[in-house]
Write a protein that binds this ligand. Structure first.
Ligand code: NAP
Length: 310
């Protein structure tokens, strides 16, 4: 492993679709490539059951399967995948120091591909019932809810796609959405409307999660009238979007008010030598196929940057 004494040409932060594709292109471009991943390779796809819209797989492909293959492919060409968390970046002349829980590494360039984490509801009971009925990952926890009545909160693609997946286990899935119209793509909406196990509660938010040892009741607030009511469930899956993982670069790289990293069209940040791609980047379309495309483009931009330095 390249340690303190060695110098990576490119260090990629995050092993989702964007980061793994950047690693593939950089290593095939003969750059000494390091990639840090703090959990498992694949990022959000590693916890997605079926990916139906990645070109070339008309029958869909399981998220974890595509993640494993992307990791294998990057390693095949020499990318070094290091399982560890990046906690900070520092400039060191023209190079950078990457501070991680595995030590400090030196690099000539950096690609930020750290993605985004599931957003929390931030209501009373959410922390208390985490892993006691509250989940953010249907692929991980769905099977625990066999034959149970569960709720999903959110109205986007994730909420609807994962609700459909959860019908494989649950006896009923109730989608709770704060408006009376879904944000999800029409094809997913239609599948949910056609599925007799999926029901909807419109114009409602969860104001409290209650129970004793496990989750038992959601307190719902009507967004039109403000009226409160209790709704009994044995599980709650929260899919209300994501927040960018960029805390380790705040103050060094320009971010917008939400923490998304700002880049130009060549994926360059305001700091020469630091690039960003995928869901951590402001303006990303948040699709696996575009994350991979951005990872490729960022790696090619790094190659051009390093060639110009030499
Ligand atoms: P999203 O599209 O941002 O949707 C978040 C949903 O949660 C929205 O319906 C939003 O309501 C609701 N919401 C946000 N904050 C809330 C709160 N505090 N309380 C209650 N509801 C709240 O997020 P996503 O579904 O995770 O999708 C993220 C991106 O990944 C999207 O671009 C999506 O297209 C993509 N994706 C694609 C697929 C696919 O192509 N099959 C699958 C998964 C995700 P409002 O609608 O009222 O804002």
């Amino acid at each position: 492993m390249a340690g303190q004494a060695e110098l990576f040409d490119i260090t990629i932060v995050g092993g989702g679709g964007a980061g793994l594709t950047a690693a593939l292109y950089a290593s095939r471009g003969n750059l000494q490539t390091g990639l840090f991943e703090k959990m498992v390779a694949g990022g959000q796809i590693a916890t997605t059951d079926d990916v139906e819209n990645y070109p070339g797989f008309p029958e869909a492909i399981a998220g974890p399967d595509i993640a494993i293959k992307m990791e294998e492919q990057a390693k095949k060409y020499g990318a070094e995948i290091i399982y560890g968390a990046v906690t900070g970046l520092e400039r060191d002349g023209q190079n950078f120091r990457v501070i991680t829980d595995q030590g400090t590494f030196n690099t000539r360039s950096i690609v930020l591909a750290s993605g985004a984490n599931p957003r929390k509801l931030n209501v009373k009971g959410e922390k208390e019932f985490a892993a006691k009925g509250v989940s953010y990952c249907a692929t991980c926890d769905g099977a625990l809810f066999r034959g149970k009545d569960i709720a999903v909160v959110g109205g986007g693609d994730s909420a609807i796609q994962e609700s459909l997946f959860l019908t494989k286990f649950a006896s009923k899935v109730t989608v709770i959405h704060r408006r009376d119209e879904l944000r999800a793509s029409k094809i997913l909406q239609q599948r949910a409307f056609d599925n007799e196990k999926v029901e909807f509660i419109w114009n409602a938010v969860i104001s409290e999660i209650k129970g004793s040892k496990k989750i038992e009741t959601l307190q719902l607030k009507d967004t039109k009238t403000g009226a409160l009511r209790d709704f009994n469930v044995q599980g709650l899956f929260i899919f209300i979007g994501h927040d960018p993982v960029s805390d380790y670069v705040r103050g060094l790289v320009e971010c917008d008010d939400h923490g998304y990293v700002i880049t130009d069209q060549d994926y360059k940040t305001n700091v020469p030598g630091i690039f960003a791609c995928g869901e951590v980047r402001k303006g990303s379309t948040r699709q696996l196929v575009s994350a991979c495309g951005e990872g490729c483009s960022a790696a090619l931009a790094v190659q051009a940057y390093l060639d110009n330095l030499a």
